[in-house]
Structures are given as structure tokens and as C-alpha cells.
Ligand binder design. Structure first.
Ligand SMILES: Nc1ncnc2c1ncn2[C@@H]1O[C@H](COP(=O)(O)OP(=O)(O)OP(=O)(O)O)[C@@H](O)[C@H]1O
Length: 309
């Protein structure tokens, strides 16, 4: 069914590199105003999809419209209304922070006065006002990311593409960036985010698709996905490395049991009740932890693997 409200619409979208298919027939609808995520491990096909949406890589097969247009035919018209934050910062290190914004604005053909005013507004948004006249090179990783995002907003885009926006940042810098992205969303900008961090997807995304091996394996809001594919709680147990198959004694105590190299996961609505039952059977783990289910559990359920290797 055609969804006219979709800012990005893909049907059976394929990207091939020679014989190898990196994206294997995906259907996606991104609605105006939402934060939409592509969650998956390295090599899932997230960046390849993003590059097709960003009009830098042609599709090999299927249909794709971005802002109602065809990226292969209307690339320049789409790019004028798009912001792109690539995986690697590609700032001009010979210029100052402010000059990076000015150069980019001029590239979009905006007037000098407009770019100057917009740059000041964006430096404030990116919390870089005090560094405006500094060179880029000495900035921290988080500051460089925020500058790259500020730069991508110089043309007031309706749609912002962010490829792994917080990879390599420390927790504090990540939280600051999430806060900025949240504000952007509140201001009405549609966000498409690729990430292999489940907490990032959970924090930022209204809806997401889980990708693996070039395919979409699940779709929904974080809460829907957790509700559909996991239990409310998870009991994590660790045992001494020489413990002989501790899972045998735990059989039947939970809805589902996963054996990982370093721990056992028991899925149930009430983790504490499972722990009490395990103790009653004489099971003595080195440590135990009851937590809420996350998208990491969803991914494990869907693929049998953990997201972050
Ligand atoms: N230009 C290319 N030529 C050949 N193979 C490619 C090319 N670009 C990507 N691939 C392959 O396509 C697959 C998907 O890569 P892609 O970068 O889209 O994944 P990803 O989910 O974004 O992961 P990452 O986080 O590592 O970028 C990988 O196996 C990758 O090696």
C-alpha cells in the first residue's frame, strides 16, 4: 500500500556490490517528524541503505523515494532538503569551527548574511559558541561530532541522516549528543539513525527496523519489539568457568534460557521469582542480576547472536 505520508519509502530495495548483496530487498516507510532507526551489527547493510537514501549510491533494484522524489533522478533537489552526518567526521581541519559552517552554507548557495546568522544559531545549538574561532583539530571527539551535526543543519533540512552518530564517543559525550538530537526531533526534523548500540536506539528512536545480513528481521517501536520478542525481565547468572553445564539444573524455571559464553540468561516476567526458585534447587551462581529486557535481548532472540561482538 502506498503511504503518502512517508518521507522515505523503500520497496524491495536492493544494493549489490558485484555478486554480493549488502541489502536484500527491504521495505521501509519513514514518517514525517519521527526518529527512525536502523539497528544491526557491523555489516548488516545499514550504511549501504543510508547511502542510497542520501543519494550517494544508486540502488541496484527495487523502489526508493526520498521526500517524494527519486534519488537517481532528483539527487540535487533531494540533497538541498537533506542533512547528512557521515560515519566519519569530514570537517575541514584547516578552518576554524565557524568557518566550517560558513563554507558549507556557501556551498548550498545561501547568502552570506543568512549563513552568518545561521552559523551563530547552530554554534549555540551545538554548544560550541566559545570555540567558534578555534581550529577544529584540537576539539574533542564529541565536539567534532556536534560540529558535524551543526554543519549538516546549515540548510535547514527536513530530514537528517545520521550514520552511527555516537560510535567512539565516551558516555558523557554520547548523552550530550542524544540530548541535542532529541531537541532536533522536537523542532520537527525527521531523523534517520543507524546504530549498533541498542541503548541509543531505545533512547532516540520512535520506531526502528532490526537488520541482519542485509534483511529486516523485525520492525516496531522499542517497546513493541521488546513486548513481542522478549519477556519483561531477565535474570543474568554467572558461574565459575569450570562449572559443569549449570543450565541443566535451571531447566523449566523460565520462559526461555540462553547460554552465552560468559553468562546464562533466564527470560521471565519476574526475575526475582526465578532466582528464588534457582536457589531452592541449590543453584549457586557467582553473581546474579535481574534487569528489564532490552533491544539486545530482542536481537539475541531473533538472530541467536549478541549485537556488540
Ligand atoms: N563498496 C563496497 N564494496 C563491496 N562491499 C561492500 C561495499 N560497501 C559495503 N560492502 C559490504 O556490504 C556489507 C554491508 O555493509 P554496510 O556498511 O552497509 O553495513 P553496516 O550495517 O552499515 O555496518 P558498519 O557499521 O560496519 O558500516 C558488508 O559486508 C560490507 O563489507
Amino acid at each position: 500500500m502506498v503511504d503518502d505520508g512517508a518521507l522515505v519509502r523503500a520497496r524491495q530495495l536492493v544494493k549489490r556490490f558485484g555478486e554480493f548483496a549488502a541489502v536484500r530487498g527491504i521495505d521501509v516507510d519513514v514518517r514525517r517528524g519521527e526518529a527512525f532507526g536502523f539497528l544491526g551489527p557491523n555489516g548488516a547493510g545499514k550504511s549501504s541503505t543510508m547511502r542510497m537514501v542520501g543519494c550517494v549510491s544508486p540502488r541496484s533494484d527495487g523502489e526508493l523515494t526520498v521526500l517524494g522524489m527519486d534519488p537517481q533522478r532528483d539527487g540535487p533537489a533531494i540533497r538541498a532538503r537533506l542533512g547528512v552526518v557521515p560515519q566519519q567526521d569530514n570537517l575541514d581541519t584547516e578552518l576554524t569551527v565557524r568557518q566550517n559552517l560558513h563554507v558549507y552554507g556557501r556551498f548550498f548557495g545561501l547568502s552570506k548574511a543568512h549563513v552568518r546568522a545561521k552559523a551563530t544559531e547552530l554554534l549555540d545549538f551545538a554548544q560550541l559558541g566559545e570555540r567558534a574561532d578555534d581550529e577544529v583539530e584540537p576539539l574533542s571527539g564529541g565536539m567534532k561530532r556536534r560540529l558535524t551535526i551543526a554543519r549538516s543543519l546549515i540548510n535547514d533540512p527536513e530530514l537528517l541522516l545520521l550514520d552511527e552518530p555516537t560510535t567512539g564517543l565516551d558516555p558523557q559525550a554520547r548523552h550530550l549528543l542524544w540530548d541535542r538530537l532529541f531537541r532536533l526531533k522536537q523542532s520537527g526534523v525527521t531523523l534517520i539513525i543507524t546504530t549498533h548500540y541498542m541503548d541509543e536506539a531505545e533512547q532516540l528512536c520512535d520506531r526502528l527496523v532490526v537488520m541482519d545480513g542485509g534483511r529486516i528481521v523485525a520492525e516496531g517501536s522499542p517497546a513493541e519489539l521488546i513486548g513481542r520478542y522478549s519477556t519483561r525481565e531477565v535474570l543474568e547468572l554467572r558461574f565459575p568457568p569450570d562449572a559443569a553445564a549449570p543450565e541443566v539444573a535451571l531447566e523449566g524455571l523460565a520462559d526461555r534460557l540462553e547460554v552465552l559464553p560468559d553468562r546464562l540468561l533466564l527470560y521471565a516476567a519476574d526475575g526475582e521469582a526465578v532466582l528464588a526458585a534457582a536457589h531452592a534447587r541449590g543453584v549457586q551462581p557467582l553473581s546474579s542480576l535481574v534487569r528489564r529486557s532490552t533491544l539486545e535481548d530482542v536481537f539475541l532472540r531473533l538472530t541467536g547472536r549478541t549485537l556488540v561482538d
